[in-house]
Design a protein around this ligand. Sequence first.
Ligand code: OGA
Ligand code: MN
Length: 297
Amino acid sequence: MPLETRPIKNGFAHELLGLRLWEPLDDSTTDKLRELWARHPVLVVRRQALSERELADFSALFGPLERVVRTEWASPAVPEVGLISNLKDGQAQPIGGLGDGELQWHSDQSYMMHPATGAALYALELPPKGGTTSWLDLAAAYAGLPDRLKQLVEGRNGVFSYVKRLAGYQGVDRVISSEAKRNTPPVLHPLVHTHPVTGINVLYLDSTTTIRIAGMDDASGCALLDEIYSFATRPEFVYRHEWQVGDVVMWDNGATMHRREPFDPTARRLMKRTTIFLSRESHIVPDGCLASEEAMA
Ligand code: OGA
Ligand code: MN
């Protein structure tokens, strides 16, 4: 079946029709998908039925997969597949990560110097309501930004901290170990990147990890970030995905933020995810450095 695409939100997202991801894709379809993802940060494929291996093999067409770092979230069968779920095992331990709470606007791994920016999430069980995930178009948000704000962020670096991310989690995910602190010190990333394929400027933001803007005092940095977040999160930049079982959504964290609405803790939600090192040739991949003492001062 030939690949058909349906643009969503002015092309920020695309739904792909006619794909059977459990079968090997031919080279020309694979090339088309790579080109599409470089230009459209969110891709949606519905009605899939995939094993963990098939999800991982499909994801690996776009770059090397990261082994799940939080090993307690990893699938016991395929170490590149993570479980995002509120379900518990026989010992009442969570089988995966991220529970049932709200997840605020964020970009995965923004606290890493070299983040793996691609992600795919596959829905297996869904609560009757809530748990909806939304993505934010940070290219459109940059384009719409008033000139005054563009000038204020231009050339600025944000300071991104894993400790802030952990502190925002609920339950067991929240634990801040001294090892996590030591292994993931705060990093700097530019707040604006130019996309290598489209040549357009894109904001790089994460409200759950950004602790300040380097070179600005706390009060003015926070005030600027608040202004940018409230502009960038306007509904016109948001694609809100109503999940159905069998959906696969892939997104590029270099050009988006996403959030999840909370859901009833007694309902069941099971998603499987992969994390992909996307290439700098086709995607924005922030290339950060350790935050120096001055940037933190
Ligand atoms: C993630 C994430 C949102 C969701 O996997 O990075 O933010 O809807 N998940 O579970
Ligand atoms: Mn996320």
